[in-house]
Design a protein around this ligand. Structure first.
Ligand code: ADP
Length: 172
């Protein structure tokens, strides 16, 4: 089965997909950026559920219900904080995408939306992060049929697009 990739500009909390991915922190108890937006949209039951999970390591992913979200599931993954790139950041970021797809497969989610993990407060350079996102999703065996990259601003759209423009013979 071919995996279809899409790129959209918008707020991931509004995406009508089976699972949305949250760029969470270790505690899984909410934070700023996309994490805060997802918790606000999902409602207080999400943090109550997350409290029972005992956190999540960098590069790992864990799944919860979506509660008030349109999406049935939220896959919480903890991206690396950027410390210059020599501290395993690329491998850890790739692991976030692989592990998130693995969680999606476990619940048979077919459509998954990803934010640009680590590129906000965690400071990962956007071009490098979007390259890893696309390459990892393309190279990971999965039953997911559609991955939607949700960019929150035009700079992020442009970063994904420039990576896609570099790949020859493949549509987004
Ligand atoms: P991190 O701590 O992993 O860097 P952030 O939430 O600070 O997480 O940022 C990750 C990315 O999510 C950034 O590119 C940011 O612009 C984007 N973002 C923030 N809010 C939303 C949202 N509601 N929907 C989609 N992307 C968002």
């Amino acid at each position: 089965m071919t995996l279809r990739l899409e790129l959209v500009l918008g707020d991931i909390t509004a995406e009508d997909v089976d699972a949305i991915v949250n760029a969470a922190n270790h505690t899984l108890l909410g934070g700023g950026g996309v994490d805060g937006a997802i918790h606000r949209a999902a409602g207080p039951e999400l943090v109550e559920y997350c409290r029972t999970l005992g956190g999540c390591e960098t590069g790992e992913a864990t799944i919860t219900p979506g509660f008030n979200l349109t999406a049935r599931w939220v896959i919480h993954t903890v991206g690396p904080v950027w410390h210059g790139g020599g501290h395993g950041e690329p491998e850890l970021l790739a692991s976030c995408y692989r592990e998130s797809l693995a969680r999606a497969d476990e619940v048979e989610a077919e459509t998954v939306a990803f934010p640009a993990i680590s590129t906000g407060v965690f400071g990962y350079p956007i071009e490098a992060a979007t390259a890893i996102a696309i390459e990892t999703v393309r190279s990971t065996p999965t039953n997911v049929s559609e991955v939607r990259f949700v960019a929150f601003n035009q700079e992020t759209v442009d970063a994904y697009q420039s990576i896609l423009d570099l790949s020859t013979g493949t549509d987004l």
